[in-house]
Design a binder for this molecule. Structure first.
Ligand code: BES
Ligand code: MN
Ligand code: ZN
Length: 493
């Protein structure tokens, strides 16, 4: 997909479709004024007829408008000038993308970067247009016998009256973020019988080769040598061997301490011996979406090549019941030396992450962010709207909150007060792996915090945001936008 930013002349530019915003009321957007004068008042005539009033999300497709070199004009209602919210604006772009696909258009010129939108600038608008249009191209095909229809769209020009490399960079950034999200979505959507820890490892190697990112994979034997007893206690019940996958993206000088991303990569979570009830259990193939978001970020970084160092550590395993599987009451020793009583084998994410976190110490990271579909409690607390965010460094948490806000991929902070730590007491080990019914997302983070003492750390619980259920079942690609926003701002872009 070719996306560029240009100052266009509506009369002279040749395209399959110009896309223009129409306000409710009599006020015309700048682009609508241009169109009206190029077409000698035709737009006003159409508006008078009343087929489109400018109400939010209305659309009207015009053909062969006189005075233009393009075949079509798609008018899109954006409500009352000044009332439009960023959320509504993003929704409009989604709507535009689906209209362009509906008519199988190959290219379009989008005139929505100049319209007024509170608390945003041209860079924000162009980035989001580019990201949302690129996102709309993703189709899942891997296990379908006949492929979904491929969108015809090849080329987008975003009209902007302002100019500058910043705007072109914004378009490229949006596109790279969406391309990263597509990687995350694809890995998430793949069924557990294809997307195993071994598959993830080989996809990581492939990604590394494509984008010049160093990738290493530790097998179970190597993890045993490192004494990762906690992570390995999860894979005991599976015939698929666990893998620890390590990405090292080096965009800055060797001396620059990296940001580390640690992803939960449970390629299927049955609950283990504490087996889950059957309803919607298929969705536990998405239990590797934290890991998949690390892959997605690596893909985006590989495309954009920002000057920063980022390490990605992925703990990949299945969680299944078996004669050899870990049982409730078993005590395991983590790489940190701390012992854990496994009271519930379904609280396996933290068992994987704790050893991955300890392993991450060796990179001397300036900040560590783990990303995990960790608790059902987080879905109850925040629903599908926002990720849960907890951490031991408020500055880092604040940066992530701000990044999520800008990227429209929000997170919401929950407290990590030390009082909650008491819920993890065990009579037989240094800690239990569950903290009871209350505050499940917080006690899960409390558990992780005990393995994050040596660095600034934040935890994103993405159980609610990583995938959609129901008719639109599928991975969302979140929180790649949040993570990329944070990393790029750390890189000074
Ligand atoms: N992967 C699940 C969390 C989850 C459940 C995410 C449903 C999204 C939807 C995790 O491994 C898990 O099973 N957590 C348990 C923890 C409990 C046993 C303390 C949970 O949330 O029920
Ligand atoms: Mn589980
Ligand atoms: Zn899980």
């Amino acid at each position: 997909m070719n996306i560029s930013v240009k100052n266009l002349d509506i009369a002279k530019h040749k395209t399959d479709c110009h896309v223009l915003a129409i306000y409710q009321g009599n006020k015309l957007t700048e682009s609508a004024k241009q169109l009206d004068s190029a077409s000698k008042g035709y737009l006003k005539t159409v508006l008078k007829r009343g087929d489109i009033t400018g109400k939010l999300n209305q659309t009207l497709l015009l053909h062969d408008v006189e005075g233009l070199m393009s075949k079509r004009v798609l008018l899109i209602g954006c409500g009352k000038a000044r009332d439009l919210t960023a959320n509504q604006y993003r929704h409009l772009i989604k709507l535009i993308a689906s209209q362009l696909h509906k008519y199988k258009l190959k290219d379009a010129a989008i005139w929505l970067a100049d319209i007024e939108l509170k608390d945003t600038d041209q860079v924000w608008k162009i980035k989001h247009i580019s990201q949302i249009i690129t996102q709309s191209l993703y189709r899942y095909n891997k296990t379908l016998s006949s492929n979904n229809v491929k969108p015809a769209l090849r080329k987008i020009i975003i009209h902007s009256s302002q100019k500058g490399t910043k705007l072109t960079t914004a378009a490229k950034t949006g596109q790279a973020v969406a391309n990263g999200m597509a990687v995350t979505r694809e890995l998430g959507n793949l069924p557990g019988n294809i997307c195993t820890p071994t598959y993830l490892a080989s996809e990581a190697k492939k990604l590394g080769r494509q984008y010049g990112i160093k990738v290493s994979v530790l097998n179970e034997k190597q993890m045993e040598t490192l004494k990762m007893g906690s992570l390995l206690s999860v894979s005991r019940g599976s015939r698929q061997p666990a893998k620890l996958i390590v990405f090292e993206y080096k965009g800055a000088a060797k001396t620059g301490d990296p940001i580390a991303l640690v992803g939960k990569g449970v390629t299927f979570d049955s609950g283990g011996i504490s087996i889950k009830p059957g309803g919607a259990m298929d969705e536990m193939k998405f239990d590797m979406c934290g890991a998949a978001s690390v892959f997605g970020v690596m893909r985006s970084l590989g495309e954009l090549k920002p000057k920063i160092n980022v390490v990605g550590v992925v703990g990949a395993t299945e969680n299944l019941p078996d004669g050899l599987a870990t049982k409730p009451g078993d005590v395991v020793t983590s790489m940190s030396g701390q012992t854990i009583e496994v009271l519930n084998t379904d609280a396996e994410g933290r068992l994987v992450l704790c050893d991955a976190l300890t392993y991450t110490e060796k990179f001397k990271p300036k900040a560590v962010i783990d990303i995990a579909t960790l608790t059902g409690a987080c879905v109850i607390a925040l629903g599908k709207q926002g990720a849960g965010l907890l951490g031991n460094d408020q500055k880092l948490v604040d940066k992530l909150l701000a990044a999520g806000q800008t990227a429209a991929d929000r997170a919401w902070q929950l407290p990590l007060w030390e009082e909650y730590q008491d819920q993890l007491k065990s009579n037989f080990a240094d800690m239990a792996n569950i903290g009871g019914r209350e505050a499940g997302t917080i006690t899960a983070a409390c558990f992780l915090s005990r393995f994050a003492k040596k660095f600034k750390w934040a935890h994103l619980d993405i159980a609610g945001v990583a995938w959609e259920s129901g008719g639109n079942k599928g991975a969302t690609g979140r929180p790649v936008p949040l993570l990329m926003e944070y990393i790029l701002s750390e890189a000074g872009r």
